[in-house]
Design a binder for this molecule. Structure first.
Ligand code: DAH
Length: 348
């Protein structure tokens, strides 16, 4: 075979290969293709074998043409092999694909308890003014709950009927004021102190606005220069923050054993704006908290020199704030775990 004949034979074989490789769509067909066009019995192998009969001058060119054609057929094979492998992988991926358009399992979302919402709002307000959050146990000594905050033994709140007695000298704390003495005792005579303490308290009490368990937030500031004016300003600020900047705040003289002087704060009724309605019992005002200057006895009982430091304290009923803010008619609703009620409260 001379070079021209070889060129023709290659050209024809190329056409056949190109046609056939197009039809190959699986590995079996690809193997058949290989056997037929590259394998021992292929035309290509035959042509290589015929080289020995080729004229010596043409041998080099003959070999070159054949080698280059062999590379061509090989790459047809290799490319198809890769194409088939890719196709197989893609099929596999497609079969395993997660359908992200499927609707997800719905997890029921909870909501914040109204008392938590109010507590968080107050805590963040006071933290913004540099108060720290203190805590104390709900099972408390009578000493912390009563004696150290100057509540004498004949005070009505010490009556067994009013506070829950756990054991001799141990009660469920009847107010967060119990934390006052804990904080002062652990400060070891140091000042300033600037804390709030939200938490549960317990009393034997039950009607639409009283429950045996409720929540309070205590506040205590002790320093050399904490004044009554500071207290009034602070209370006005927190009450306006909670009930609206337009609220009037008024202070009345009152009595608490742990403060002297003692006051109670009222806000102008936000329902009727002071005109008088059932919410404010037709007085135009709503009672909201108790406060006062820390009684010198309380300072002394807890390791402070009442000539050197003074302070003020306040106690706010969290349930009461929540009832007023959300228009809730019965305090028991906070404690009955009725999801229809609880679902209505959203974080703003
Ligand atoms: N402990 C009082 C109560 O439970 C509330 C209170 C009033 C706390 C005046 C105070 C205060 O710190 O100064 O009714």
């Amino acid at each position: 075979m001379n070079l021209e004949q070889l060129s023709q034979a290659i050209e024809e074989e190329r056409k056949v290969c190109l046609e056939e490789i197009k039809e190959v769509d699986n590995i079996d067909k690809l193997n058949l293709f290989k056997g037929k066009h590259i394998g021992k019995k292929s035309l290509l192998t035959e042509l290589f074998a015929s080289m020995r009969n080729v004229d010596a001058n043409d041998k080099k060119e003959y070999g070159k043409m054949l080698t280059s054609f062999r590379e061509e057929v090989n790459s047809l094979f290799v490319n198809k092999e890769k194409e088939l492998a890719d196709k197989k992988l893609l099929e596999k991926i497609n079969n395993e694909k997660v359908d992200i358009t499927l609707p997800p399992y719905s997890l029921p979302l909870g909501s914040y308890h109204p008392l938590t919402l109010i507590t968080e709002e107050m805590v963040s307000f006071f933290k913004g003014l540099g108060f720290e959050v203190a805590s104390g146990p709900e099972v408390e000594t009578e000493r912390n709950n009563f004696e150290l905050v100057n509540i004498p033994s004949d005070h009505p709140s010490r009556d067994m009927q009013d506070s829950f007695v756990v054991d001799k000298g141990i009660v469920l704390r009847s107010h967060t004021s119990a934390v006052q003495s804990r904080v002062m005792q652990s400060a070891n005579g140091q000042s300033p102190i600037k804390i709030i303490c939200p938490g549960k308290v317990y009393r034997r009490d039950s009607d639409a606005t009283h429950s045996h368990q409720f929540e309070q937030m205590e506040g205590l500031v002790i320093s050399s220069d904490a004044t009554f004016a500071n207290l009034l300003e602070l209370l006005t600020k927190v009450l306006r923050h909670l009930f609206g900047e337009k609220r009037e705040v008024r202070f009345r003289p009152s009595y608490f054993p742990f403060t002297e002087p003692s006051i109670e704060a009222d806000i102008s009724c936000f329902e009727c704006n002071g005109k008088g309605c059932s919410l404010c019992k037709h007085t135009g005002w709503i009672e909201i908290l108790g406060a006062g200057m820390v009684h010198p006895n309380v300072l002394r009982l807890n390791g402070y020199d009442d000539n050197k430091v003074q302070g003020f304290a306040f106690g706010i009923g969290i349930d009461r704030v929540a009832m007023l803010k959300y228009g809730i008619d019965d305090i028991k609703r906070f404690y009955l775990d009725d999801v229809r009620f609880l679902r209505q409260f959203k974080k703003e």
